[in-house]
Design a protein. Structure first.
Length: 385
């Protein structure tokens, strides 16, 4: 799919898992002979494609430390969705982008990356979503990642049809309408501005996904395109987290109960109440980590962390236990990419990612149950003396 904007800009729309797209990109560059080749990639995605072995063996903890978590999630989600189709047609996702870069370099044509950093895009989208949208988006993410929803047979020729791509965009709007502006409209504007800037250097051939063709085209055809790319790279402030705000009531109630017992009943009762709080929280959280098949160190961590983290809404016992689990049995990116191929219960249990997620989730659930049990119980001790 080719769209000529003017004498200086040619858009080439592609399907990311289409053999035809690879050939079309190569042919378009050879025939158009542009001064610049622009591709719909950011620096992170480009490295993910060109340094595949390094990426797949990157420890997840390293990604989190390097602030690449959002890119990591996006990469896994998109590749899980596209890889299954790519296998059927023998094409790796992003191959047409790499072909564009390779062909341009062979001909000595400069290449520029015109997409916004995917981590920024996801952060902006997540901040704009409401709680219901986040839940729906997360569910769709999990279904795609774990293969809970079968991907229907896709006709690549139809995939290149703008009506089909538009229908896919509409589906995204239904899942998370608040994020649509960020994921689609903002990126269309951002990419269009970058292409326009490059066109001032000479003739530009831009390789972009077919789903962005219409939006980018409309932007480029505006008589006076004004887009502040710096503004589109800012991260919106966080919304007020009412759940976390309410969570601060738990430590307030706990401290009040212990203080009341200390000053009116004596140190023995206050100590007993604290001991029961510690044991109930710790045992419940450790039990959750154990059920998840966590490492003994992760289970022990959950036991000691839960009584403390239950009094701090900013951190959860499952996160602490999960961190230890990740250090002891460190997942790598390949573990995530293999999730769609898991079939038996044993396969899931052996996968380091699934086990890590279970440790985090069940340790948190155990801690929550422990808090629900412990708070009324220590309160009842006040009336029993």
């Amino acid at each position: 799919m080719q769209v000529k904007i003017n004498d200086r800009i040619l858009l080439v729309g592609t399907a990311h898992i289409s053999p035809k797209s690879i050939e079309e990109v190569k042919k378009a560059i050879e025939e158009y002979k542009p001064d610049v080749v622009a591709v719909e990639l950011c620096e992170r995605r480009y490295k993910g494609l060109t340094e595949k072995d390094k990426w797949e063996n990157t420890e997840v903890t390293e990604l989190l430390r390097s602030n690449n978590a959002y890119y990591f999630l996006a990469h896994i989600f998109l590749f899980s969705l596209q890889r299954e189709l790519g296998r059927e047609y023998g094409v790796e996702p992003g191959s047409e982008m790499l072909e564009a870069i390779k062909t341009a370099e062979k001909q000595g044509i400069p290449v520029t990356l015109v997409d916004r950093d995917i981590a920024i895009t996801l952060k902006r989208a997540w901040r704009k979503m409401g709680l219901r949208e986040k839940i729906r988006f997360t569910w769709e993410f999990l279904k795609t990642l774990l293969g809970l929803e079968e991907i229907e047979d896709v006709d690549i020729d139809q995939l290149m049809n703008q009506d089909i791509i538009s229908a896919m965009m509409e589906e995204l709007k239904n899942i998370a309408p608040s994020a649509t502006e960020v994921l689609i409209d903002e990126r269309d504007a951002y990419i269009a501005k970058k292409i326009l800037d490059e066109s001032r250097k000479g003739r530009v051939l831009a390789v972009i996904g077919a789903g962005h063709i219409e939006g980018v085209k409309n932007r480029l055809e505006e008589s006076n395109l004004h887009v502040d790319t710096r503004e589109l790279e800012l991260i919106p402030k966080k919304r007020v987290n009412w759940v976390k705000t309410i969570g601060y009531l738990i430590p307030l109630i706990f401290v009040s109960l212990i203080s009341y017992a200390l000053f009116t009943k004596g140190i023995t009762l206050a100590g007993t109440m604290f001991l029961y709080w510690f044991l109930i929280n710790g045992v419940c959280s450790a039990a959750g980590a154990a059920v998840a098949g966590g490492h003994p160190l992760s289970i022990l961590t959950a036991f000691f962390a839960a009584p403390i983290t239950s009094l701090n809404p900013a951190i959860a016992a499952g996160w602490v236990a999960g961190y230890v689990e990740a250090k002891v049995r460190t997942p790598v990116v390949r573990d995530f990419q293999e999730l769609r191929g898991l079939e038996t219960f044993k396969d899931f249990w052996r996968n380091r990612v699934v086990r890590l997620l279970l440790v985090v989730a069940l340790a948190n659930v155990g801690s929550m149950i422990g808090t629900i049990i412990a708070l009324p119980y220590i309160t009842s001790l006040l009336g029993s003396t």
